[in-house]
Design a protein around this ligand. Structure first.
Ligand code: J2J
Length: 535
């Protein structure tokens, strides 16, 4: 059988295991064990109410039985596109329990992107919410099922409406005896979407053993225990919210997860006060509105012990305001769905907490900072970060050709991030070599947007770059060479949404240019475009 994805060698896996750098149980068993140890403790709080560990575990069994009865078989992929609501956690663990593989999609993706993801993963089912903002994910999902013969089931959290779909509620078996584990810890647990630099989605394979370790070790680094109350503000399907330490890390430690239905500080502050939240995580773009709201309302945030910030670079000045103004510790998190997580230690001095993006989570994480020729650079000099370790992928899912570019021959992942390393081993993110825009923490592959732009009538050439922005960190700017007038941003927006792209991928700015500058080897010179754009 051809392998869908490369793993570490048997020898490496054994060595990681012996040293405790891989979990020896599945993610579903983690929940089961917590439920046995503390059945009455609160596991999950959402708009649907509160569930104890025993209740959550029993509901997961009931849904798992319903899903298995459809049938969904072990190893089959199921695309989960749900916002922060109870059904997300239930579906996730129910699929893991039957050995099916959730493919986690952010609700903000456009329909064309979801379809492309379903195709790449060869998904047999799609789970969506009954509403998402103004769009109707049910109708989109039903149309997809007509086009994708492998997509046998559309499942809906909430009301299935009048499309051929079933509600998750209707799948809950009346009562279920605890199911046996269907998976082995070294099996594929789930697939995550990579931020990407290509036009088609890249899927990141994560096993129970590596994801569970990522979550457990993160929980330790963040001081998570059974008293932790974690507020999931960012999308639940984001890797940050899942394992850094996130939903999986906090449930694994017996703490409480509170799902925040939207990221506004008003909603979040209400939940922090009501639930006594101790830990939450944000992208830098959300921090200023939290600081403003805290000053304006004098909300009682005294329970909050740690605010994690990551996903894109947090500036030093904002970092220094967090402790004094919110009355909690700041922890910077530099992570990636591909694996490696870096954290600033909770007890580190201010210049480390505010001025660096942290150090690798695991003693088994190997990091190299290299120049363009692959040679290691000295501490303090910028270079690309390469990494290999017990929970970092060795290759994407069904993407052998791409792997040759994104991994070194000895299995190091090329992160595409430019970093410097301090003598103490802390990393500072100083830039990027990958062709991507990091817009408020959401990653946009430039080439994907450029393909959409080339389909706009009159556009002969297109290049997308990120330029510094005080609110978004980076805003995306499209440079277009056109025949005739340069289309307006509104025209570009209409064209892109018409092609099923996500609204957040529409360029923030559209500019005409006579010709795209080229490098010596004839590639578009994005450095010069950025310099030009900044002028
Ligand atoms: C600068 N750039 C950062 C940071 C990520 C925890 C936290 C974040 C993610 C995430 C994650 C950054 N400063 N603090 O998965 O578990 C940029 C880098 C990186 C890319 C990964 C987690 N934190 N980045 O953001 O897969 O460019 O994961 O390679 O979405 O985000 O993006 P993603």
């Amino acid at each position: 059988m051809t392998q869908d994805w490369p793993r570490p060698s048997e020898e490496e896996i054994r060595s990681y295991r012996e040293q405790g750098f891989r979990e020896d149980r599945t993610l579903s068993r983690l929940l089961r064990e917590r439920a046995a140890a503390r059945p009455g403790a609160t596991a999950l709080v959402s708009r649907s109410g509160r569930l104890t560990y025993a209740e959550l575990d029993a509901r997961v069994d009931r849904l798992a039985l319903g899903l298995a009865g459809l049938p969904i078989h072990p190893g089959e992929r199921v695309l989960v596109r749900l916002p922060n609501r109870e059904e997300y956690v239930l579906t996730l663990f129910a699929l893991l329990r039957i050995g099916a593989v959730p493919v986690l999609a952010l609700p903000s993706l456009g329909p064309a992107e979801v379809e492309s993801l379903a195709r790449t993963a060869d998904a047999c089912a799609l789970v969506v919410a009954d509403r998402h903002g103004r769009s109707d994910p049910r109708a989109e999902a039903a149309r997809m099922a007509e086009r994708l013969p492998g997509l046998r089931h559309v499942l809906v959290a909430g009301d299935p409406g009048d499309v051929p779909a079933r509600s998750l509620e209707s799948l809950l078996a009346p009562r279920a005896a605890p199911l046996d584990e269907a998976a082995d810890p070294e099996d594929l647990a789930l697939l995550l979407l990579s931020g990407g630099t290509t036009g088609t989605p890249k899927l990141i394979p994560r096993t129970h053993a590596d994801y569970g370790y990522n979550a457990r070790a993160s929980a330790e680094a963040c001081g998570v225990d059974s008293g932790t109350v974690y507020l999931a503000v960012l999308p639940a399907a984001h890797n940050f919210t899942m394992v850094s330490p996130g939903i999986v890390g906090v449930l694994g430690a017996g703490g409480t997860v509170v799902l925040c239905p939207d990221p506004s500080p008003t909603t979040a502050f209400g939940l922090i006060e009501r639930e006594g939240v101790t830990l939450t995580s944000l992208v830098p773009a959300l921090v200023p509105s939290w600081l403003d709201e805290a000053r304006r309302t004098r909300a009682d945030l005294s329970s909050l012990r740690v605010l994690q910030v990551g996903g894109s670079r947090l500036d030093d000045a904002t970092a220094r305001r967090i402790g004094p103004e919110l009355g909690c510790h700041l922890q910077q998190v530099f992570g990636m769905a591909e694996g490696l997580n870096n954290y600033t230690p909770l007890d580190a001095p201010d210049d480390v907490v505010c001025g660096t993006q942290g150090r690798p989570l695991s003693p088994a994480d190997e990091v190299l900072v290299v120049d363009e020729d692959g040679a290691t650079v000295p501490d303090g000099a910028p270079g690309e970060l390469l990494t290999r370790g017990p929970y970092t992928l060795r290759g994407y899912y069904r993407a052998r050709e791409l792997d040759a570019l994104r991994f070194t021959p000895d299995g190091f992942y090329r992160t595409g991030d430019l970093v410097t390393r301090t003598p103490a081993g802390d990393l500072v993110v100083v830039g990027r070599v990958k062709d991507q825009v990091n817009r408020a923490g959401e990653k946009i592959a430039a080439v994907e947007v450029e393909e959409h732009l080339l389909a706009v009538p009159g556009v002969r050439a297109a290049a997308v770059v990120g330029l510094p922005d005080p609110h978004l960190g980076e805003r995306s700017v499209a440079f277009l060479v056109t025949e005739g007038p340069v289309p307006s941003r509104e025209e570009v927006r209409a064209a892109m949404l018409g092609r099923g792209a996500a609204p957040f991928k529409v360029p923030d700015e559209v500019r005409g240019i006579g010709a795209l500058p080229l490098t010596g080897v004839g590639k578009v010179d994005k450095k010069r475009l950025r310099a030009h754009g900044g002028a």
